[in-house]
Write a protein that binds this ligand. Structure first.
Ligand code: GLC
Ligand code: GLC
Length: 822
């Protein structure tokens, strides 16, 4: 069952009924100002940091679902016969939830459009954030389809958040007293705490003269009412309340009179603005906000022409990004995800890491170290400059011993231990992201950038040295078998082998651990081999003090260790626990086989030559694959194991306890491609591809246009149900798996490689890829079975599968690749 459809031409997903199984959201903004917006206009906005600079309130886990948003109400001001109460409704369905005659929501690239119709009044609202600005615009267009003139009131309503969203939701003894606003020339300014240490404020403005406004929530809603029936809307007039304390809001009242057939636009803007610290007030000795620098911005964006112009620029911006790689394959789900939605989602994960979504509250996590490094893998080709900056920001949170803070707060860019430390895989991901950046750009100078440790002045070393310390960090932390010690956890946050927590309410992430000199991770071993190999390649090409051979020796050594102590005969082990017993082994009753080491070790090249990789992948197919994707492990843990930690806390089939953790499914796709099995890789790809799952939306329940972190596994009562959509490493990894390994268009240090491993029944496909400022037009054509590649560049066959870098000044390179034995 579907709740909408893809409009690929417009690059939109069109939702046809407001009561989707869960709020289906979109993101507004892609620079500093962001908002999440649901298909019924729920959501909130923030500047840079969803926790520390929250503009509007949102109530997670509320009833009804999705409470708080960018609300508009339409009210029929003409008395209606036989109606005891006036007719008013939300053109976005929420919050009044009055049934609409027509409804359609279009989520597009950086904008959302909600169109509806009730009682002969059509309404269309376009929400977006203009590029380069810290504001969002809502343009409402009303059309009167009635035979008679319509006298309508429009009400807007937002609820301001007192900036720090965590404090806002907890510290009521203070917060009920600090709220302050100004209303001047019909603009509502939210300025709580502006009198003291803040130099920023929010504003809410409208293009039409206001009949009234309210800024105190209780005045607008009336006591004991909610957003579905505000007293002010019911009465048709607002009270001009000025909030001090309690809950500051912005509500505006505009009256319009529309003749039959007439259309009218009204623009609302909500924005964030900062003043210089010593120029906050005007006059300087007053307490009034200095509005000189904000007023020109407000008047600019209240004009329809400017809105249209900036909406067009937003479209061009996204065209420019998506154009970097476009594919035409025989499969519509592949085309749609690769050309539109998968890229769009990697932008969201790049911008927001795991901070703000319908499932991430914006107050829990900032920018994750391992998460952001992995997000870069799918993002780097889109905007290499931003990727470069991100790599340097991440490296600056690294610690002198090579370790890393697990996350940093985007506003301050300083690392913190709020969600734990000593995840021993963390530092290695920096090597992978930097390698991906180098392969994409050839910008070797980044390695010489001086970057501090722990953001401390005076500690600067080259980025290259940072990478070296990432490698050294693992070398310095090896256990009894010579495998990497796991620390608090590796990629799997919930495999807590040193935690031994038996106290209710303790956080597995932050509680004090054992010293951890025994528990080892085969996953980190695989990741290390991959990182060390990349370092070897990087060192070869970069004049440096470290011996390049050293890294390949380290990789070989670790590989030997894995074969000796990390191979269980049919598949790779997962770990050794604190007692030195293996996990993910045939001998285990539960947790006998895990997906992560199979994926990561084969990605690192292990067993590809000698058939052991195929053997491990066959085991994955046999034990872990389900129609909805590949589960993390089997059998699921049926009870809590003190020595395994959080992984065994979840009911079987959910999250890290044998859920389908979509993030690592692409590792298996890549591994299948690496052993040459295109059909298997592509089959796994389609099982979790959101577009391919659209037809079962009533089971999947999350948005069909973006990946979710988790799909309930085979042990769960709700098998196939997705949770935690949008902010997941799944986005970047699936993009890498499909584009670089199955379609096989792979950046390398020396040029673009073309090595497709496609399904047997594909005749071929076409790719346009911009790489180091050159446009590659690549046409792949199957000549026979197998994956053998013959590359023909501008008509000339060449040896190998890598397109050599063209001479400077070349703008287009045309490539044909013949696949298979002719
Ligand atoms: C979450 C975390 C990620 C971790 C994964 C598995 O997605 O953001 O860092 O690797 O869970 O535990
Ligand atoms: C919890 C989640 C896990 C996530 C982690 C991040 O352990 O289960 O998926 O990665 O929190 O803090």
């Amino acid at each position: 069952m579907q709740f909408g459809y893809f409009d690929d031409e417009q690059r939109e997903y069109v939702i046809q009924q407001p009561d989707t199984p869960l709020p289906w959201i979109n993101y507004l903004g892609c620079e500093d100002y962001f908002g999440i917006i649901s298909n019924t206009a729920g959501g909130y906005s923030f500047y840079k940091d969803a926790r520390l600079r929250r503009l509007t309130r949102y109530r997670y886990n509320n009833v009804p679902l999705d409470a708080g948003g960018r609300y508009l109400y339409l009210r029929d001001d003409d008395p209606i016969e036989n109606h005891s109460r006036p007719l008013f409704w939300s053109p976005t369905w929420q919050p009044t939830r009055l049934p609409l005659d027509e409804y359609e929501c279009r989520h597009g690239m950086g904008y959302t459009n909600i169109r509806s119709r009730l009682a002969g009044i059509e309404s269309e609202i376009r929400y977006f954030v203009p590029l380069g600005e810290n504001l969002e615009t809502w343009e409402l267009t009303l059309t009167n389809h009635r035979q008679a003139a319509a006298n309508l009131s429009i009400f807007s309503a937002i609820e301001f958040c007192l900036w720090d969203a965590l404090d806002d939701a907890t510290n009521f003894q203070r917060n009920y007293n600090v709220g302050e606003v100004e209303v001047l020339d019909e603009v509502i300014y939210h300025k709580s705490e502006y009198r003291e240490r803040r130099n920023h404020f929010a504003y809410f403005a409208c293009s039409e003269p206001l009949t009234g406004f309210d800024t105190q929530r209780v005045a607008f809603l009336g006591p004991y009412r909610d957003w579905s029936n505000p007293l002010g809307v019911e009465k048709g007039s607002l009270t001009r309340s000025i909030a001090t304390g309690w809950q500051p809001i912005g509500a505006q009242h505009v009256k319009v009179s529309l003749d039959p057939g007439v259309q009218k636009s009204v623009i609302f803007i909500l924005g964030y603005h900062e003043n210089l610290l010593d120029d906050k007030f005007d006059p300087p000795d007053s307490q009034t906000i200095n509005k000189r620098s904000v007023l020109p911005i407000i008047s600019r964006y209240l004009a329809k022409n400017e809105i249209n112009r900036s909406f067009q620029s937003l479209g061009e911006y996204w065209n420019g990004l998506l154009e970097k790689q476009q594919v035409t394959t025989p499969d519509e789900h592949t085309n749609r995800m690769v050309n539109i939605w998968n890229v769009y989602q990697t932008m969201a994960t790049f911008n927001l890491s795991r901070s703000a979504s319908y499932f991430e509250s914006g107050i829990g996590r900032g920018m994750g170290f391992r998460d952001s490094n992995q997000d870069l893998l799918g993002f780097v080709h889109l905007n290499p400059d931003l990727a470069r900056q991100r790599i340097l920001d991440l490296a600056a949170t690294q610690l002198p011993d090579g370790g890393a803070y697990h996350q940093y707060q985007p506003l301050t860019k300083r690392g913190n231990d709020d969600i734990g430390s000593n995840f021993n895989d963390d530092p290695l991901w920096l090597v992978l992201s930097t390698a991906a950046y180098l392969k994409e750009t050839g910008d070797w100078e980044i390695l010489d950038e001086l970057v501090p440790f722990d953001n401390t002045l005076g500690t600067e070393e080259s980025l290259y040295e940072h990478l070296h310390r990432s490698i050294q960090y693992t070398i310095d932390r090896r256990g009894p078998h010579g495998l990497p010690l796991i620390g608090r956890a590796d990629w799997n946050d919930c495999l807590n082998l040193n935690c031994f927590s038996n106290t209710p309410g303790q956080s597995f992430q932050t509680t004090i651990n054992k010293e951890g000199k025994v528990a080892e991770s085969i996953f980190i071993a695989g990741l290390f081999i991959q990182a060390a190999k990349e370092m070897g390649e990087i060192s070869k090409r970069h004049a440096s003090s470290h011996d390049p051979d050293k890294y390949s020796q380290l990789a070989n050594q670790m590989e030997a260790t894995v074969w000796e102590s990390g191979w269980d005969g049919d598949w790779f082990l997962r770990a050794y626990d604190d007692y030195g017993n293996p996990l993910g082994s045939k001998d285990c009753e539960e947790g006998r086989i895990f997906i992560e080491p199979q994926g990561i070790c084969i990605m690192a090249g292990l067993g590809i030559e000698d058939g052991r990789a195929t053997q491990a992948l066959d085991a994955v197919a046999e034990h872990l694959a389900t129609p909805h994707g590949i589960v993390l492990h089997q059998p699921a843990f049926s009870r809590y194991y003190l020595h395994l930690g959080e992984i065994s806390t979840y009911p079987a089939g959910y999250k890290e306890n044998a859920g389908i953790f979509c993030h690592n499914n692409p590792w298996v796709m890549i591994a299948e491609a690496a052993v040459g099995r295109g059909d298997a890789a592509f089959d796994y790809y389609l099982r979790i591809n959101p577009s391919a799952r659209e037809a079962i939306s009533e089971i999947h329940r999350c948005e069909p246009y973006v990946y979710a972190q988790m799909i309930a596994g085979r042990d769960a009562p709700s098998t196939g149900e997705a949770k935690n959509s949008w902010l997941t490493g799944t986005a970047a990894w699936n993009y890498v798996a499909i584009t670089q390994w199955m379609l096989g268009i792979r950046p390398t240090f020396v040029g673009l490689q073309v090595e497709p491993v496609m399904p047997a029944n594909w005749d071929g496909f076409d790719v346009i890829r911009y790489y180091r400022d050159v446009r590659y037009e690549i046409s792949i054509s199957r000549q026979g079975p197998g994956n053998q590649v013959l590359l023909i560049i501008e008509g000339d066959p060449i040896d190998g599968t890598c397109i050599p870098l063209p001479p400077a000044g070349t703008s287009v390179v045309r490539v044909t690749a013949n696949i298979g034995e002719a």
